[in-house]
Design a protein around this ligand. Structure first.
Ligand code: NAI
Ligand code: AKG
Length: 541
């Protein structure tokens, strides 16, 4: 986002639409914000078509898990810049559609971890001791002690699929119940497992070893139905299942069958494929206990997640960055600060290159040399792409969708890092490859002097990347420079600075002129017709 775009965002009224019930205390940061002109609209429980009808001038949409933010909603939201999810799972948001439209999605990944872990443990304990069933019987006036003989947790094995924030908290608490824990997570290392005092296994090993299986992954194509009839088959007879993550991670039909067949002793479910799930066949089974997606429903969690997204909304409109992005690289503030000074340079290099070719680009190669190579350069690549796509996409291309848009139009992006910068402290070289051409431009940040273009097509130059440039390829013959200068003077075009470079005496050469006026196509044709001139391009940076 450019400074102008930020100022524009900050000075106009920002419509924040809250579509699901959020903690009042949690959205306090939004209500007390004075620098931004925030117009907070709360309208919950809308049907999809009602939301679509309300969303045209909304800048920020805030949801929990009830509202489904579909592609249709996103496409109707012509002003939408940010979707805030007061919670963890973003499976109710069409992330692809948001990314395509350059809409940033933020969530609140930490705020409800504790509540979800506590709920999981409560569900596991209730399942082991038939607490809901016994309570129901008692409420109905029956003192039944025989039907509800449970099992202890102590010395049982808890199998955890997904050892992220919640999975790890559940494992920690299960250890407190003196359970053994075996877990699978693609990112679980032996060291981390050791640190948590648990065993690391494959999904099958976890399923085979566990007396209780709990899932704590997001709902992704890879995790959908990860617990299915094949996995039930390798579990112990009498295993108990807990799902406080997302409906669909456990195949509901297979779970139903496994309970009816007696393989699974019981299940505790907080989540369902289709919610609300008031009329679900699993709820007809006495071995199933359930809550209506209450994992995060505590005063503390609701306040915490709403505060986190509220703060990210404010941060976004003040600084253009966020703390918890879902659809763009998440880079800590101090890491972002390292590369921020290079943003404009990277964007200008991309902008330069798009103006030297008329062909469609197949490949974008970006090389980072010197100190910059030590940094997280993903935002720089995004800025170079923003520059490259700026002529076609204008302000619609941003950090969120830059890479996506480039890849969608078939541009392959390659990043390369090297510590040697050939005489410069930092050097960013951007190359574009088309069917028949390759063009390169390189730039650096000079200490105290700002950005410079230092190489064009391999020729050494020293140009401030600002304003109107004329990029001329010519043959290194006497009189070429003079003729160009005279021709521009005839057209009343004033030359501010001029740089020349050549590969060898009498060989190929380039001229880079910074001119005070915009250069028209007619002016270009004029210059191109001069003797020994091979190519002329006007570039605006
Ligand atoms: N019931 C409720 O109210 C709540 C439900 N949730 C659900 O719990 C999920 C987990 O939340 P967090 O622990 O905070 O997220 P997290 O992102 O910290 O952890 C998720 C873990 O799942 C792992 N994972 C991803 N693919 C996997 C696979 N194929 N197999 C095994 N592990 C895999 C990841 O590596 C990561 O460690 C959320 O995505 C959300 O859907 C979260 C909060 C409340
Ligand atoms: O209470 C909610 O908003 C649901 C929480 C949840 O499922 C999540 O954070 O992923």
């Amino acid at each position: 986002m450019t400074a102008t775009q930020l100022i524009e965002k900050a000075t106009k009224t920002i419509n924040v639409f809250i579509a699901d019930p959020l903690s009042d205390d949690g959205i306090f940061p939004l209500r007390q914000e004075t620098e931004l002109d925030l117009n907070i609209i709360v309208d919950t429980g809308l049907a999809p078509e009602q939301l679509i009808a309300r969303i045209a001038d909304v800048d920020v949409l805030l949801v929990r898990s009830q509202t489904t933010v579909t592609r249709e909603v996103i496409e109707a939201a012509k002003n939408l810049k940010l979707i805030g999810r007061a919670g963890v799972g973003v499976d109710n948001i069409d992330l692809n559609a948001a990314t395509e439209h350059g809409i940033i999605v933020v969530n609140a990944p930490d705020g409800n971890t504790n509540s979800a872990a506590e709920h999981t443990i409560a569900m596991m304990t209730s399942l082991a001791r038939f607490i809901p069933q016994a309570f129901n019987t008692l409420k109905n006036g029956k003192w039944d002690r025989k039907s509800y003989v449970g099992v202890e947790l102590k010395n049982k094995t808890l199998g955890v699929i997904g050892m992220g924030r919640i999975g790890a908290e559940v494992a920690y608490r299960a250890k407190g119940q003196r359970m053994d824990v075996i877990a699978y997570d693609p990112f679980l290392t032996e060291e981390r497992a050791k640190e948590l005092g648990i065993t690391k296994g494959t999904v099958d090993e976890v399923c085979a070893a566990a007396d209780f299986v709990t899932v704590h992954t997001p709902l992704l194509p890879e995790t959908r139905n990860i617990i299915n009839k094949e996995r039930f088959a390798i579990m112990k007879d009498g295993v108990r299942i807990i799902n406080c993550a997302r409906g669909g991670i456990i195949n509901e039909d297979d779970l139903y069958d496994a309970i009816v067949e007696g393989k699974v002793a019981g299940a505790a479910l907080d989540v369902f494929v289709q919610e609300p799930a008031t009329d679900h066949k699993l709820l007809t089974l006495p071995q199933v206990i359930a809550t209506p997606h209450l994992g995060a429903s505590t005063v503390e969690a609701q306040e915490s997640v709403a505060v986190d997204v509220s703060n990210d909304i404010i941060k976004f409109f003040k600084t253009g960055t966020v703390t918890n992005p879902v659809n763009m690289p998440s880079i800590p503030k101090e890491k972002l600060a390292e590369v921020e000074p290079f943003f404009a340079l990277a964007e200008k290099l991309g902008k330069f290159l798009i103006q030297v070719t008329e062909e469609s680009i197949k490949q974008l190669n970006i090389s980072y040399a010197g100190e910059v190579a030590n940094f997280d350069v993903r935002p720089l690549t995004a800025n170079a792409i923003k520059g490259l796509l700026s002529t076609n996409h204008g302000s619609h291309v941003n950090d969120v969708n830059a890479r996506y848009l480039a890849e969608r139009i078939g541009i392959q992006i390659n990043e390369h890092k090297t510590t040697t910068a050939k005489g410069f402290t930092n050097l960013i070289t951007v190359e574009i490859v088309t069917e028949t051409e390759t063009h390169t431009v390189a730039g650096t940040l000079l200490n105290g002097l700002g950005a410079r273009i230092v190489k064009v097509e391999g020729f050494v130059v020293d140009v401030i990347p600002n304003g109107n440039l004329l990029y001329i390829k010519n043959q290194d013959k006497p009189g070429s420079i003079g003729r160009v200068a005279t021709k521009l003077a005839e057209k009343d075009i004033n030359i501010a600075t001029m740089q020349v470079g050549r590969d060898q005496i009498g060989g190929s050469a380039v001229m880079m002129l910074v001119v005070d006026n915009e250069v028209t196509t007619e002016d270009l044709i004029f210059v191109a017709q001069l003797e020994n001139i091979d190519e002329v391009k006007a570039i605006t940076l």
